[in-house]
Design a protein around this ligand. Structure first.
Ligand code: ZN
Length: 331
């Protein structure tokens, strides 16, 4: 059973909601750490002969084209992470489209291939799906995630889940609070040639809490689009993010392994995601609020070893490879 491995290709300072600490106008002056960290990921994937999907930020592709060329040269899939790393719900449809097409055109020119996949910064396609009446039906079909964590893990998760809302309530995030409707973005993705998206997290604070936890198809006014959610673990508190970020770093390895095994037993793939910074033991210092520091940097030393264990215990593929196997169509 093939699982899905994805990497968001962005540098250590591409963190949402820190404009008051580091405005995008200062990105050009920041030290670039991406090359050395991407090399670590590529060498790990090379060792295990795994191809992954790399959601490349347009800004990174433009500033350090060698990074994109290196990933593409090793046969991995290139997809888009947008250009300027702004959450979708903070943009209007015109700005989103401009950002999306800028990154798509840039990367297609560089690799000479069509880009068919998109991931929004911080899983920011969310909001009420009024535009697509099919969505509630899909939710009904989705099977509930069973709660199987042990009591210790549940206690740990409870503590983390209580902390989590604070990430979204510190002052700089206020502009993104309130109405978080960005579901319209799926129409624009389908209209502009994207065959899949991986931007809807089945999570309470950053996504659509009841969204399906396995790949599913959504209908838009411009045709269907396949959605690839990240691995989560069900619990009475709601889904816990363990497929990437702090959840992947903080929970014991056997918890992550158990969650993937349970999914695979049901014939479902687990989607794992990581970032180059996760592999950087000493990224440059930044004056982040402590909770953001924990979310972005907590326990980073374990990531290289953790990914190696995942690669040795499970089989992984890129999203386009998975879709090809699923449908028998070449992408
Ligand atoms: Zn990102």
């Amino acid at each position: 059973m093939k699982n899905i491995l994805t990497v968001d290709v962005e540098d250590w300072y591409h963190i949402c909601d820190i404009e008051h600490i580091l405005p995008p106008s200062q990105w050009d002056q920041c030290e670039s750490r991406i090359l050395v960290n991407i090399e670590k990921i590529l060498s790990l994937l090379g060792r295990f002969r795994v191809k992954a999907t790399f959601f490349v930020l347009g800004y990174v592709a433009q500033k350090t084209p060698e990074v994109l060329n290196m990933i593409h040269g090793e046969g991995h899939e290139i997809a888009s992470h947008g250009y300027g790393h702004v959450q979708v719900y903070k943009q209007n449809p015109e700005a989103f489209l401009q950002d999306l097409l800028r990154s798509k055109a840039l990367m297609e020119r560089m690799i000479g291939q069509t880009v068919i996949g998109y991931r929004a910064p911080e899983w920011s396609i969310c909001g009420a799906p009024q535009l697509t009446p099919q969505f509630p039906q899909i939710l009904q079909q989705a099977e509930p995630v069973e709660a199987e964590p042990s009591s210790i893990e549940l206690r740990r998760a409870t503590r983390l889940m209580r902390l989590y809302p604070r990430i979204k309530t510190w002052p700089s995030a206020k502009e993104g609070k309130g109405k978080r409707d960005s579901y319209w973005a799926l129409d624009l993705l389908a209209q502009n040639g994207f065959l899949y998206d991986s931007s809807i997290a089945p999570l309470r604070f950053i996504g659509i809490p009841d969204a399906p936890t396995t790949p599913y198809t959504l209908s838009t006014s411009h045709g269907e689009i396949r959605e690839f959610p990240p691995l989560v673990m069900g619990s009475p508190l709601g889904n816990i993010p363990i497929g990437g970020g702090w959840g992947l770093r903080i929970f014991p390895y056997r918890t992550i392994r158990g969650a993937i095994e349970r999914k695979n037993r049901k014939g479902q793939p687990a989607l794992i995601f990581c970032h180059p910074t996760d592999f950087d033991p000493s990224p440059p210092e930044m004056n982040l609020p402590w909770i953001k520091r924990f979310v972005c940097r907590g326990k980073i030393k374990t990531m290289e070893e953790r990914l190696a264990r995942l690669l040795s215990d499970f089989e992984f593929a890129s999203i386009s490879e998975f879709m090809f196997k699923e449908s028998g169509r070449d992408f």
